[in-house]
Design a protein around this ligand. Structure first.
Ligand code: GLN
Length: 193
């Protein structure tokens, strides 16, 4: 199984390291040809405007949308979650609009724009998941087909719609690989596409 990490900008290396530590091949995806060689994709955190523009320049937005519509699993963290959303407030970057969620960028407040907390995630079981939020987007609305897997102050922070997974936090930074494992399990279940 090959899980590509979109490598246009952002914390690419950290995601690749978590995947490699789990024994999974994790090539960088910079071009549509790279994308054709992977079974699933992680869109990392970073700066969604920059990443969105680079994605469009290389035609990767269309290629990702086409693959995802045919069932390729995609996991977007933070800026990656913004790019998967159907709408984003606070300066909308070019979006993939694949997932029925609406987000507001940088919406956890200016004074404490980065923080860490522990989340209860029933789908992962105990113990609580340590989560790192960095200038994170807030999920303001989720559609009917979206399963909310974890919330913070009644806002979804980890959610799934079919083979699409998003988190507003950075699981690649906390030393706990359970969200990546959850994604790998989802990819294994979808290998028929
Ligand atoms: N604030 C960033 C954005 O809006 C996302 C932050 C992150 O990915 N850590 O693009």
């Amino acid at each position: 199984m090959k899980i590509g990490v979109l490598a246009l900008q952002g914390d690419v290396r950290e995601h690749r390291k978590v995947l490699q530590d789990l024994g999974v091949e994790a090539p960088e995806v910079r071009t549509t040809a790279d994308l054709a060689g992977v079974d699933a994709l992680i869109i990392p955190g970073g700066e969604s405007t920059t990443m969105g523009k680079l994605m469009v320049e290389g035609g990767l937005d269309r290629a990702i949308r086409e693959r995802a519509e045919r069932g390729m699993p995609v996991y977007g963290t933070c800026a990656g979650m913004i790019l998967l959303a159907r709408a984003a407030g606070g300066g909308e970057p070019p979006l993939l609009r694949l997932m029925d969620i609406e987000v507001q960028r940088n919406a956890y407040g200016r004074q404490v724009d980065s923080f860490e907390t522990d989340l209860d995630v029933p789908a992962l079981g105990p113990p609580a998941l340590h989560a790192v939020f960095i200038r994170a987007p807030v999920v303001e609305r989720v559609g009917r087909d979206v399963d909310v897997l974890a919330s913070l102050e009644s806002r979804p922070v980890l959610a799934r719609q079919g083979a699409l997974l998003v988190s507003s936090f950075h699981p690649e930074l906390s030393g706990d690989a359970r969200v990546h494992r959850y994604f790998l399990e989802l990819v294994r279940q979808r290998q028929e596409f």
